[in-house]
Design a protein around this ligand. Structure first.
Ligand code: BG6
Length: 488
């Protein structure tokens, strides 16, 4: 058997992209609540009232200007406000996941359901109660929860009051939130992740045409605080329940040299260091890598570090290593090469690969490559917690959705997982992103669909929210039923 006994099969979601109910039961806002819908060629906008009191917008990845206050403005559509209405429909969704045979579902807690502003002393009991209902339903359906504590939904209240992760006090607020969650769900949740795609903090700077040293300084400092928070949460989780297992989560985009020019090969190596290993080394090995000095000196960074930080990092290494995989990227020192923007980063266009409408390279073997590099470096169990194809599905007149391209994508990637397992990589699970259509993080669209369950909801805000099984639903059910022996 290629896939070991007990291998976890399932899918992955994020609260901010599916729950909706953005102002119900005391939930506070996070940044995506102020982001509009975009598309493959137009960025999502973030909307605000500027320092002079005028309404304004900026591309989401650039963020609002200094002194602006995020605001919902008339005339814009904010897709995360309703998501796919999972806050009210989670039971039906979990039953559908169970029908596919899921043994694990990754979901995130919406931080602002528990701590609406981020700095309250006590968690909101209505938020705590909601996730109790969700976990109870999952256990009744035989599905183990894997919970991400932070998945793109920092409280806006904290950002406004302190500047968020740039401020060291945020560590304590985050640990308080994690403690509240881990104590409340002790015995119901055993598997935890701290920060989703923590390394985006650096790779996002690749999207800026002229990132300044100041931008790098801020990113490195924010990360230092997140590493400390993550390490403290790992230690805390083990104290609260020795059964708890805590993982890191990185954006697992492998980086190729576009040519065999030695300068490109070195550039690719350095990009791995900056965009992947910088974060993963701290979380998995408990200390900054030697190359961190070079990265800091490139941007004149002098981290604000306090006595005891090194010990905290060393005492909070993760139990397992998780990552998302969608695509590979390529770097070159040759300025005239065509560029594409993919998952939170910019890449040279790889002539050997096909690209989706959204510019994401399709590269199944990149998954095996990433797994082998990561396992070789960290030697702790790996879990693939996001992998899938965002595509524009059509519902036929008879109500069916024929998504053979998604089946082909997942099939080809699972073949590579099989190969990595055969090569000795200890991989303990595969969770698809996302088992049900939800709001795209990058574009804000519903049109960019990942699910094996179609959701009748559209980019103009219309639709009934009805759930429809796509062809991939049955295919994945067979894959899980045979523990990966029948990939079709
Ligand atoms: C990952 C994120 O980057 O990619 C998810 O963890 C996100 O939140 C997923 O949805 C796919 O990206 P997108 O932009 O297509 O939604």
């Amino acid at each position: 058997m290629a896939f070991p006994q007990g291998f976890y099969w399932g899918g992955s979601t994020a609260a901010i992209q599916c729950e909706g109910a953005w102002d119900e039961d005391g939930r506070g806002p996070s940044e995506l609540d102020f982001c509009t819908v975009g598309d493959a060629n137009h960025p999502r906008l973030i909307t605000f009232i500027d320092a002079e009191g005028k309404p304004g917008t900026a591309p989401m990845f650039k963020g609002a200007p200094a002194g602006a206050k995020l605001a919902v403005l008339p005339g814009y559509y904010y897709p995360n406000h309703v998501g796919i209405d999972a806050y009210h429909r989670y039971e039906e969704d979990i039953e559908l996941f169970a029908e596919m045979g899921f043994t694990m579902l990754r979901l995130s807690l919406n931080i602002t359901r528990l701590f609406s502003n981020g700095d309250e002393r006590e968690a909101n009991p209505r938020g705590i109660a909601f996730y109790h209902r969700v976990f109870d339903k999952m256990h009744a359906c035989g599905i183990e929860p894997l919970v991400t504590l932070a998945h793109f939904n920092d409280p806006v209240g904290l950002d406004e009051a302190t500047g968020g992760w740039g401020d060291r006090r945020t560590i304590d607020f985050f640990v308080r939130y994690a403690r509240a969650a881990m104590e409340a769900y002790r015995g119901k949740v055993r598997w935890w992740l701290t920060f989703n795609e923590i390394n985006n903090e650096l790779s996002l700077l690749n999207l800026d045409p002229h990132p300044t040293d100041e931008m790098y300084r801020k990113a490195y400092q924010r990360l230092h605080h997140q590493f400390l928070a993550s390490a403290r949460v790992v230690a805390l989780a083990h104290d609260i329940d020795p059964e708890n297992r805590v993982g890191c989560m990185v954006n697992g985009t492998p980086i190729y040299p576009l040519t065999c020019d030695p300068a490109d090969v070195l550039a690719a190596r350095y990009a791995w260091e900056r965009d992947v290993f910088y974060c993963a080394d701290v979380q998995a090995k408990g200390a900054y890598a030697p190359f961190a000095r070079r990265l800091w000196s490139e941007h004149d960074v002098s981290l604000a570090v306090q006595p005891g930080d090194a010990e905290t990092l060393a005492a909070g290494t993760v139990d397992f290593f998780t990552f998302s995989y969608y695509m590979s990227s390529a770097v070159t020192t040759h300025a005239d090469e065509e560029q594409v923007n993919g998952n939170m980063t910019k890449s040279a266009k790889n002539p050997y690969l096909a690209y989706t409408e959204w510019g994401w390279a399709q590269d199944p073997s990149g998954l095996r490559y990433f797994m082998e590099v990561a396992y070789d470096r960290y030697r702790i169990p790996l879990m693939i917690v996001e992998n899938g194809l965002g595509a524009a599905d059509e519902v036929e007149s008879d109500g069916s959705v024929h998504d053979s391209y998604r089946v082909a994508y997942m099939h080809d990637h699972l073949r590579e997982v099989e190969q990595a397992l055969a090569d000795g990589v200890d991989c303990i699970g595969y969770l698809s992103w996302a088992p049900i259509d939800l709001i795209s993080m990058g574009s804000g669209q519903m049109r960019k669909r990942y699910g094996m369950i179609y959701v009748d909801r559209h980019d103009d805000g219309t639709g009934t929210f009805a759930r429809i099984k796509k062809d991939s639903f049955d295919w994945y059910r067979r894959v899980i039923a045979t523990n990966g022996a029948d990939l079709g």
